[in-house]
Design a protein around this ligand. Structure first.
Ligand code: ZN
Length: 505
């Protein structure tokens, strides 16, 4: 007897709840591996993770889940907005887990494990030729995956959709087509500026414990809940969560860099607020959290639009100064503000500033797109990379480690991920503009160290509704406009014109 729509939803939530628990356990084991695990624990951990992933796969492909899902799909019209979204997201996850033949899944696991080691050596030896053969296999495998998932237009669309639901080349070509020339123009205006960008105070040493305390303080001010989270040290900053009330952050501290720990904590804290801010009714469903692009919009907003703003430093400058009186006593607010917003073309994406960053991403996007259509051969990647670096940023890498080999993503099989970083930046400026309009005095609040006004606005406007809407629709719902690059460009010009003495053309 066919079940009612409510029955189907209850069954789905129960079955998915178990998958969600197993996924959380997996994430916790990964967190532990990065933060706590002794080296000799690696082998046992690998088998624990493999058992969990097998259990997850069994449950994802179980006939009971399939049956409940098709019951719900057949009665979609009688479902609430949230339950419709639940069915959409579960269908998506189940399809992603089941559309690939197990042979292909195994091949991907094997290929990427091998590729990672080859990439590490190739980067060390600055030798792209050593990495090229396995990268060709990864590109071919991604083309096969696209065929399995299905797509309209180009196969690259199938990959983009894995990371940002509904994202297409057509949409990205539109967004990036406007953004690219405008950024190149701004980068060259900054390059030609005569502003003094040497900040000798940055060369001081800054005690790690004090930096840690400062980062924690700012996280508290942002409204990050330490009773539902924690901050730990790790070589790579990240945010992970095992439910709404256990959202963990990591960061790293460099004594020769007073800003690194702070900005990476604010970045990860921005991710953390998304997870802590989800509707408790969505716990153990795929409706908590956000897409990659929306997630990144929150982290980048806290890191850059808040953390690198004049308003922020108006409040925190004296506090940082009091913490490091020797190093900062003669440093004015304006000098500090200019120092955190220094912009300069550089080779390495993760070290780049907010003006040049998106050109690094657009470069990767154009190359991935050409690889997927076959217009570009893997062997020609280094030349294509270096040419674009020159055209976009006016610099040419000296070797492949500084160029095409710098990122880990392709060795991990991730093609289609990079664009979500830039989407995040575009969304962040668009959301922030709306927040300013709706809150009326956001700058004033921030300059008084009151950061929770923004946090509460983001909770209500974005976090609480989680992934009920698709990313593009979230931007439209919150800002009244489709995603576009205008707000981000306005933001950059408004900020960098006074710092570098520029006039916008
Ligand atoms: Zn991030």
């Amino acid at each position: 007897m066919p079940s009612t729509a409510t029955d189907a939803i209850t069954t789905l939530k129960t079955l998915w709840g178990q998958i969600s628990d197993l996924s959380s356990a997996t994430s916790l084991l990964h967190w532990d591996m990065e933060i706590m695990m002794p080296v000799k624990g690696a082998n046992a951990r690998a088998s624990q993770l493999s058992t969990l992933s097998e259990l997850i796969h069994q449950k994802m492909t179980h006939p009971d889940l399939q049956a409940a899902l098709s019951d719900a799909q057949n009665q979609l019209d009688s479902l609430s907005r949230e339950d419709k979204a639940l069915v959409r997201e579960l269908t998506r996850s189940v399809e992603q887990a089941t559309k690939l033949p197990s042979k292909l899944v195994a091949k991907e696991a094997e290929l990427t494990t091998k590729a990672h080691h080859i990439w590490v050596d190739a980067r060390k030896n600055k030798d792209f030729k050593a990495f090229a053969p396995i990268l060709s296999e990864i590109v071919a495998l991604n083309k096969e995956k696209a065929e399995c998932f299905g797509y309209s237009g180009t196969p690259y669309n199938a990959l983009l959709d894995l990371f940002e639901p509904g994202l297409t080349v057509t949409e990205l070509d539109g967004l990036f087509g406007q953004l690219k020339p405008a950024l190149i123009e701004l980068v060259s205006a900054i390059e030609n500026s005569t502003a003094d960008t040497s900040f000798p105070f940055l060369n001081n040493t800054f005690d790690a414990d004090k930096q840690w305390a400062f980062s924690e303080r700012v996280l508290r001010d942002m409204g990050y809940d330490f009773e539902a989270g924690r901050l730990d040290k790790a070589p790579h900053p990240f945010c992970t969560n095992f439910g709404i009330h256990d959202v963990r952050l990591t960061t790293r501290v460099y004594e020769n860099d007073v800003f690194s720990a702070l900005f990476s904590s604010m970045h990860e804290g921005g991710h953390g607020l998304v997870e802590q801010g989800a509707n408790p009714a969505f716990e153990r469903t795929p409706l908590t959290g956000a897409s990659m692009g929306i997630h990144e919009s929150q982290s980048r907003m806290w890191e850059n639009l808040v953390g690198r703003s004049k308003a922020f430093w108006t409040f925190y400058h004296p506090h940082l100064q009091a913490m490091f009186p020797e190093q900062l006593k003669h440093v004015s607010l304006d000098q500090l503000y200019a120092a955190v917003n220094r912009s300069q073309p550089s080779y390495i994406r993760v070290e780049s500033d907010e003006v040049t960053y998106n050109l690094h991403i657009i470069l990767r996007y154009e190359l991935e797109k050409a690889l997927m259509t076959g217009e570009l051969a893997v062997a020609d990647l280094p030349d294509a990379w270096n040419r674009k670096m020159h055209d976009f940023l006016g610099i040419t890498p000296h070797d492949d480690a500084q160029g095409v080999l710098q990122d880990v993503h392709w060795s991990g099989g991730m093609i289609g991920y990079f664009p979500t970083y830039t989407l995040g930046n575009l969304y962040s400026a668009q959301f922030f503009n709306t927040a300013k309009k709706e809150l009326g005095n956001l700058d004033e609040q921030i300059s008084q160290g009151k950061l929770t006004g923004l946090k509460q606005w983001l909770n209500k406007a974005i976090h609480l509704d989680g992934q009920v809407d698709l990313p593009r629709d979230i931007v439209k719902r919150v800002t009244g406009e489709a995603p576009n690059s205008a707000y981000f460009l306005d933001y950059l010009w408004d900020k960098y014109s006074p710092i570098y003495g520029l006039t916008r053309p």
